[in-house]
Design a protein around this ligand. Structure first.
Ligand SMILES: [Zn+2]
Length: 549
């Protein structure tokens, strides 16, 4: 106990500490930015002085603040400023929303938006004609929810010079009719042929996006995150936020590895990393995007995709970074003390990531760079144990581990029955001793950790509660495991576990108050619970007036 009274005491609740030594207690005291006492209400009462703020939790749940191990806050915030169709279904309503947005903004030279859901369109690929009907003259560019495909109209195709004669770029595909005519859907690298024509995003847009995102993420109990794609302009945005004093979240920036930038960009990234560590900002991670997504057959697979009739094709997807050079790239990143953060969806991409870390481990020996693989949609059973063996963190996006249209219509038929059961094997990874972190990949998916945790525990899509069987039930996690993934597990990949991730005396007071005890039998669906307050370093960064105290 410090010799001065606490600044804040949260008492009368259920404190789930994620500390195995004392998993559950009633009260916490905060002095300055750190936790100064943890224990029963009576024990912690000793820390209350005349100026201590005392909050009666009234049986609510106190957790360590959530940490999102893979999120895109700046882009997520900017999306909210543009034509955002994330929560709009079905297709007719999406088109109506775009029409309304465009009509209200006659001066915009481009209609830019995002967030449509593949399941709302036949074969997951929307067509230009639907946009042409509402936007005959102005170009339109709308990436889908996962950002791996974009919907464009005829005017955009024309401005970009994309027609029947245009070849697919090496890292992408132009969706076409049988006669070769582009349909208005572009995948992966093909999206950038149009994207580079858009009015540039300004520094103000990025700063506004980050401000919106930070407030939103704090309101969901998130106190720290790893930004999974940070280009130099984004790093400048974060630095600006630190310098102006408004970055309240703890942020690890994963610096973007340019696919065609060559191996020597490691030197540039080391330099950039050293200028990116300021206040609560660190830039010690490097994002290596190894493949695309399964729905568009761009995820890298060990065996080919099947066709619509279940016959093998010759398509194994796309390797964005040549696996033959990945080992030496990762060896250099690891030797520089930077963290490899892989995007890997298909089983070949997951294996490439593990192989590359194996090369680095052989060359460099053990390191503290904490490599992690995000997404891990399909893992070959032979590779499950390698996560623990190589000390590679599995970075799960649990909201995807359930049955919905993308899974049923655009994924399982093209994987076939055996590989379909290798998806999102979170419990198998834990049983094999792997470390698990969690993230949302927002703005691809909802950034609400309570929704993510619900799906991790139940493996049922939120909109299908009670209607469908869990997706691969042996891979369900316990509530404790899922909470640990979103707190201590993610703190580990953010190199924040010594200071945050659990509720223990001496750690930073990064905390989230949830409106009910999720462990109670009558708590209701986890994803329906709400965060009432979020503290970073003892300071409230979000607070619902109903918290009191
Ligand atoms: Zn991402």
């Amino acid at each position: 106990m410090p010799d001065r009274p606490a600044d804040l005491v949260l008492t009368g609740g259920h404190v789930h500490t994620v500390d195995r030594g004392r998993p559950r207690t009633d009260a916490v005291a905060v002095t300055g930015e750190r936790i100064s006492a943890v224990g029963s209400a009576a024990e912690v009462a000793a820390a209350i002085g005349p100026r201590t703020r005392v909050v009666d939790l009234g049986g609510r749940l106190l957790l360590p603040g959530f940490q999102d191990a893979h999120v895109h806050p700046i882009y997520g915030g900017i999306d909210r400023l543009q034509c955002d169709v994330r929560d709009i279904h079905p297709k007719s309503a999406v088109i109506e929303a775009i029409r309304t947005y465009a009509e209200a903004r006659p001066d915009l030279p481009w209609i830019v938006g995002s967030g449509w859901y593949m399941g709302d369109f036949p074969n997951g690929t929307p067509r230009k004609e639907d946009l042409d009907a509402i936007l005959p003259d102005r170009p339109a560019f709308l990436p889908n929810r996962d950002g791996h495909s974009a919907w464009v109209n005829s005017r955009a195709l024309e401005l970009a010079g994309i027609d029947r004669a245009t070849a697919d770029p090496p890292d992408g595909r132009i969706e076409r009719d049988p006669d070769g005519t582009p349909t208005g859907s572009l995948h992966e690298g093909a999206t950038s042929i149009v994207e580079r024509l858009l009015p540039p995003t300004t520094a103000d847009d990025r700063a506004t996006g980050l401000r919106i995102a930070q407030a939103y993420l704090h309101s969901l109990g998130i106190t720290a995150w790893q930004d999974a794609i940070v280009v130099p302009d984004d790093l400048a945005t974060y630095r600006g936020a630190v310098e102006s004093g408004w970055l309240t979240a703890r942020v690890e920036a994963a610096l973007w590895w340019e696919r065609d930038g060559g191996e020597n960009q490691v030197d540039e990234l080391i330099e950039r990393s050293s200028t990116g560590s300021l206040g609560r900002l660190r830039a010690n991670s490097v994002k290596l995007m190894l493949d695309g997504v399964l729905e568009t057959f761009t995820g890298a697979m060990l065996e080919p995709y099947l066709d619509r009739d279940g016959r093998a094709t010759t398509n194994r997807g796309i390797d964005f970074i040549d696996p033959a050079v990945l080992g030496s790239i990762v060896t250099r990143i690891d030797a520089a003390g930077l963290q490899p953060h892989f995007h890997a969806i298909g089983d070949a991409a997951v294996r490439s990531a593990l192989d590359a870390v194996e090369v680095a481990r052989a060359a460099n020996g053990p390191s503290n760079t904490r490599p992690h693989v995000s997404h891990i949609q399909v893992i070959h059973p032979d590779d499950i144990a390698r996560f623990a063996e190589l000390d590679v963190v599995a970075n799960a996006q649990p909201l995807w581990a359930c049955t919905e249209t993308n899974m049923e219509e655009l994924t399982i038929p093209f994987l076939g029955p055996e590989r379909a059961t290798w998806q999102y094997p979170f419990a198998s990874l834990l049983r094999a001793g792997a470390r698990l972190a969690m993230g949302s990949d927002w703005s691809v998916s909802s950034p609400n950790p309570l929704e993510e945790i619900e799906v991790a525990v139940n493996r049922v899509w939120l909109e299908s509660r009670g209607l469908v069987e869990p997706f691969l039930p042996p891979e369900r996690l316990t509530l404790e495991q899922a909470i640990e993934g979103f707190t201590l597990g993610s703190a580990f990949v953010n190199h924040l576990d010594a200071e945050t991730g659990t509720i223990e005396v001496g750690k930073l007071a990064d905390l989230a108050v949830v409106d009910r005890d999720l462990f109670a039998a009558d708590a209701g669906p986890i994803g329906d619970a709400k965060v009432l307050a979020t503290f970073v370093g003892g300071a409230a960064v979000f607070e619902d007036p109903s918290l009191g105290g």
